[in-house]
Each structure stands twice: as C-alpha cells, then as structure tokens.
Design a binder for this molecule. Structure first.
Ligand code: AMP
Length: 436
C-alpha cells in the first residue's frame, strides 16, 4: 500500500514524498479515504501514530476540491488542539503537507499578543489551528468568522476535556455552520468523550489503531524502587553512569519540575523545564535546545509535554508516576517511536505503589523491577497519600516531604497549565504561518 492509492492528488503526494514517507501508517490508511468521502470520523489514535498527516492530508485534498470563493479568503477548516505546542506542530504539518498548494493557514493561541492574530485574520485565511481559549476571545471580539467552516477537527479531544475546555468548545461549536464534516481524534474514550462525540458527530465512522500500550513492544520498561527523597540522586547517577544524552523526565507538578531542573543543573547536567508557568518563548527555546542536544534533560509536566514530537527519543523517565494510568502510556510513547528502540524508566517510591499497580493493570503486564543496592528503599518508611489535583505542590520525590505536601492550590491550575489564557501578558509575536 502506498500513498498514491489513497485518493490524494499530485501536490500532496509530492509533499509526502518530500518528507521521505513511503508507506502510510495504519491510521493514515484508514482515515484518509474515509475523510475524503466526507463522513464524520471518531478516531482513537495517539501521538506517534501519524495521525496529524492522517487528517491534514485529506483535509487539504478536500479543500482543494471546494469551489473557489470570490474575494477575501474565508476560514474553511478549523483545527482545535489542547495546547499551543500541539497547535504549533499541527500548523507546521499543514504548512509542510500544503507546500505545493496555495492555502493560507494561521495558528492562534493565548499567552501572546492578540493584535498580530487579528491582523492576520483580517487579511483572510483558509485554515485556522487554535487552542480554544484565545479562539473564543477572538470570536467574542468579532475578529474571526467561522460561519463558512466546512471541516472541524478536534485533535486530542480527551486532553481538551481534561483541561476543562468543554464549555469553550461548546461555545465555539455554536458559531459553526450546521452543515460541516467533523473529525474527532482522541487517545482515550472516556464517557465524557463519548458524550461529546454523540452531540457532535453524525453517524461517524470509527477508526481505532492499536494503542501504544499494546503496540509499543520496542519500548523497554523498567522500575527502580527508591525512597522518595533519594530520587534526584538516583536520577543523576543513572544519567551519568548510563551516559544518557537526551532524556525527557516527567514530574507531576510545575514546582517539582523547577526544583528538579535546578538540582540537575547543580549536578552539572544541562537541564531545562517546560510547563505552563513558563513563557511561550522559554518553552520554545527549551524544546529547541533539547532537540539540538544542547540541553541534555528536559523536565516536563504531562500537559506541557503533550504534542511534543521528538523522533527517536532514547530515554523517558517517570520521576514521579502520573495519577492517571493512561498518562503513563502517553509518556512512554515519547520513546521508541517509529520502530526505534527506546527505554522508559520509572522511579517509584513507597507512596506510588498503588499507582504502579494501576498502570500494570492497564498495560496488562508487570514492569520489571531493578533495585540498585545503594538506593535500596528503607522498609521502615510508611506510604503517604499523594496529592490528587494537578497543579498542587509536592507529590513524591520532591525531596522535602514536609514542605511538598498538602499545599492546595487553585483548581484553575489545571486550565492554566495549558497556558491558553489570554490573560498571560507575555506579548510576543504569534507564530503566524502563511503557506505561500
Ligand atoms: P503524529 O502521530 O502525527 O504526531 O506523527 C508522528 C511522527 O510520524 C511525525 O514525526 C511524522 O512526521 C511521522 N510520520 C507521519 N506519517 C508518516 C509516514 N507515513 N511514514 C513515516 N513517518 C511518518
């Protein structure tokens, strides 16, 4: 099976070939013909499966077959994503795959100045990739007209719901024309997603590709039992002894990410943190430095790490296990991509045993445990409860147990970590990207 059997025209096949892709991935094989047929789609697919090209290629094909509108360009396709990182990445894909076509696209998210976005919209664009918060602001100000949208795509819809965007999404949906094609992509199918899909999709075609937890055999997983307060030391030892050159480390909280980054820097390991309290500029820089190898360790929270696409990432470390077992699967999916070997290591303390059990139940296998003698856990330490809410301080591994526990922060952090709020006053140029 090659791309030329999927119903895509020459400019798109050429763009695909330019990327060096020869064979469509399973999600692409299934999604492209269905999307071209005009049906609504409910797709279960995670990052790393090639889903972005799976919806971008047929979208561009469809748009090139629409009758040309006279005068200013109108928004014909809207792609909603949970985070600005993912929005940027999708926008890059739209640009890459659309490079032999003449569509214009723009990416819209909060935390940057709104005026450049308004100026771009005034000129007219065909495709808008947006996070919900800022898009709603622009709609409220009458700066964008969505009444001619032909295709709506919700990417990583489960994350958008996790991040509290359901009301924003509903308000946006109310501004779209009734007659349109809807595509919903989600890594998981919770009841909330099913409810959203029921209200949004018309007789959708279901597409599900193998979940990474069943398909990711290339990822070697390992658990190191260790006391919470010694995790930092163990991490430094592993990075140095094993000579890991590029490591993505997950912490449960933003503060935990900052503290760990500081510790690594003090241990002469070049590290950067990426989370919702960082400015867009800082996040982009940290990611670029990590990709080019000048930053050895990128410490991230789950939400900030969504949509980060780094091929062949060799090492992922769960400094703390996530509260939601599915997040473990998302996290380790960052390594061993596209058939490359990868290693996912979890540092697990006594507080996290229940979380580990839930993860092993989900992935239907026991993760091998390896105890390092000098880090053997102290059996006299009793487990303490782990904070449930995202954005709270503490959790295990913070190194300062009395300080790191029980400091409740506002629920709003959930939303803030997405950094879509237009109240962020970091005025930078937005990443407008115009296809020729
Ligand atoms: P995604 O799941 O959309 O985030 O894509 C994951 C990675 O797979 C990206 O780096 C894409 O560039 C790459 N990719 C997408 N489609 C293909 C393909 N057919 N062959 C090889 N790589 C691909």
């Amino acid at each position: 099976m090659s791309f030329s059997n999927l119903g895509l025209s020459e400019p798109l096949l050429k763009a695909v070939a330019d990327q060096g892709y020869t064979t469509p991935t399973p999600i692409q094989k299934q999604a492209i013909p269905i999307i071209l047929s005009g049906d609504d789609v409910l797709a279960g697919a995670q990052t790393g499966t090639g889903k972005t090209a799976g919806f971008t290629l047929p979208l561009l094909e469809k748009l090139s077959n629409l009758p040309k509108t006279k005068g200013k360009r109108v928004v014909k396709a809207l792609i909603l994503t949970p985070t600005r990182e993912l929005a940027t990445q999708v926008a890059e894909s739209v640009e890459t795959y659309g490079k032999h076509l003449s569509f214009t696209s723009t990416v819209i998210f909060g935390g940057v100045g709104i005026n450049p976005q308004k100026a771009t919209l005034r000129k007219g664009v065909d495709i808008v990739i947006a996070t919900p918060g800022r898009l709603l602001d622009l709609l409220g100000q009458g700066a964008i007209d969505l009444s001619r949208v032909d295709t709506l795509i919700l990417d990583e819809a489960d994350r958008m719901l996790d991040m509290g965007f359901i009301h924003d999404i509903k308000k946006i949906l109310a501004r779209l024309p009734k007659n349109r094609q809807n595509l919903l992509f989600s890594a998981t199918f919770s009841n909330d997603i099913k409810r959203l899909a029921d209200g949004l999709l018309n007789s959708p075609k279901l597409i599900e590709v193998a979940r990474r937890n069943t398909s990711a055999e290339t990822i070697a997983q390992k658990v190191y039992p260790v006391d919470c307060k010694r995790k930092k030391e163990l991490l430094v030892k592993l990075i140095k002894d094993e000579e890991w050159k590029q490591v993505l480390v997950f912490t449960r909280t933003k503060h935990g990410a900052n503290r760990l980054t500081e510790y690594l820097m003090n241990s002469m390991i070049n590290a950067a943190a990426i989370h919702g309290n960082k400015s867009q500029g800082a996040r982009t820089k940290a990611l670029a430095n990590f990709k080019d190898g000048s930053v050895r360790v990128l410490v991230a929270t789950d939400i900030a790490a969504r949509g980060i696409d780094i091929d062949q990432l060799p090492h992922v470390v769960n400094f703390e296990l996530p509260n939601v077992p599915e997040d473990y699967v998302h996290r380790i999916g960052r390594t061993g991509r596209a058939g490359n070997d990868g290693e996912a290591v979890s540092l697990v303390c006594v507080d996290e045993k229940m979380l580990l059990r839930a993860i092993e139940k989900l992935i239907k296998k026991d993760i091998p445990k390896e105890t390092i003698d000098e880090f053997r856990p102290d059996p006299s330490i009793k487990p303490e409860p782990i904070q449930k809410k995202r954005g709270q301080r503490g959790g295990s591994g913070g190194g300062n147990r009395s300080h790191s526990r029980g400091q409740a922060r506002s629920q709003n952090n959930k939303r803030k970590d997405s950094s879509n709020s237009s109240s962020h006053q970091n005025h930078r140029r937005s990443g407008q990207n115009h296809n020729k």
